[in-house]
Ligand binder design. Structure first.
Ligand code: KG4
Ligand code: ZN
Length: 342
């Protein structure tokens, strides 16, 4: 089954064609991140205007690269939330129009469900396994899931304040590093000592599996303030490494606790923009000695927002729910994931 998907939930205009949820035929993305570099984040109105300009050229490029057209596309898919409403509407309006024109089913996909499906991309010879503990960590969300199948699962914990990616982005801004903060902090911290500065482990005595990152951000601010001004430039690498270590330690701590409560899981899935983080991957591999196995998306391009994961998710929705996956939908800035129990 060949699915053409569109994803425009934040600042990216992404279109992809994927076969059977795993084989990526084309994954094209136009990002306006450069426009927002030097600012503290995305400006919604500017992002949506840029997406209106990019949508059709990206769509044409993707169809051309995938050697696809109306004749060999079986269904369309689109992210219908959560995200920036103006941006989402660019994708859903284009997808609705094309689906009507081509007379194809249109499958609405929750953005997080797309991230959860990203570990299937390129996995045709070694598909991921259920049950799995999955961490979705990006700029707008940080959630921990227990998954029995593509459509069955439960939410174990969520962030109570900032998302993990947001903690990177805000931390970078405090340190005078560019947006997006994740790669910027990671690069700055490469030569630093991750144990040079001690940051508290959030929610250490809290029995839930929730996350909290705002205290770390405040701790970073005060640590920087208390350093003599002349010393600050020389401590940047250590500060970045230690702050990155603190964010990753919190994520690993919650996963470890979840695994103790669900000893039957076969894999840990790490997805979303923050899953690109090298230190986090290393820490997770070390602490479990790869049992249960750690799965990350096969390419960095599948960690951050992309349309291939939306096409993949749509395929698995169709496979498990049948034609009802192509249901009528609204475009929504905030949208809960609905799991099918059973
Ligand atoms: O999934 P994504 O592209 O968009 C959202 O759905 O939010 O994630 C973007 C977030 C940003 O906050 C960015 O700083 C973070 O992912 N990120 C990283 C890395 N690459 C991107 N965080 C840590 N380490 C990275 N290498
Ligand atoms: Zn995302």
């Amino acid at each position: 089954m060949r699915i053409l998907a569109m994803e425009t939930s934040c600042d990216e205009t992404a279109v992809a064609v994927v076969e059977d949820g795993t084989r990526v035929l084309a994954n094209v993305i136009a990002s306006s991140k450069d426009i927002f570099r030097g600012k503290t984040g995305v400006i919604p109105e500017e992002a949506a205007r840029k997406q209106v300009e990019c949508m059709l050229p990206v769509l044409e490029e993707c169809l051309c690269e995938a050697l696809s057209s109306k004749e060999n596309i079986d269904a369309l898919a689109v992210t219908h939330g959560p995200g920036l409403l103006g941006s989402l509407l660019v994708g859903t309006t284009t997808a609705r129009t094309l689906a009507a024109l081509w007379e194809k089913p249109l499958i609405p996909v929750h953005h997080i469900f797309g991230h959860l499906s990203s570990v299937w991309l390129g996995s045709e010879n070694d598909p991921p396994l259920f049950p799995a503990i999955a961490l979705t960590a990006s700029g707008g969300h940080t959630d921990l899931w227990f998954r029995r199948s593509h459509t069955k699962g439960t939410l174990l914990g969520s962030t109570r304040d900032d998302a993990a990616g947001e903690a990177f982005d805000k931390g970078a801004s405090i340190l005078g590093l560019p947006y997006p903060g994740g790669p910027a902090i990671s690069n700055a911290g490469e030569e630093g000592d991750p144990l040079a500065f001690k940051f508290p482990l959030p929610l250490r005595d809290d029995p839930s599996l929730d996350f909290s990152f705002s205290g770390l951000k405040t701790a970073l601010k005060y640590t920087l303030r208390d350093l003599p001004e002349t010393e600050r430039p020389f401590r940047l690498h250590d500060l970045a490494a230690s702050y990155e270590q603190a964010i990753c330690s919190h994520l690993v701590d919650r996963i470890e606790r979840a695994l103790r409560r669900h000893p039957d899981v076969r894999e840990i899935h790490l997805v979303g923009g923050v899953s690109a983080n090298r230190r986090l991957r290393l820490m997770l591999k070390e602490f479990r000695n790869q049992k249960p196995a750690l799965r990350t998306p096969q390419k960095i391009a599948y960690c951050t927002d992309n349309a291939a994961m939306i096409a993949g998710a749509a395929y698995f929705l169709w496979k498990e729910l049948g034609e009802s996956a192509a249901k009528p939908f609204m475009t929504e800035a905030s949208l809960p994931i609905i799991w099918h129990q059973g």
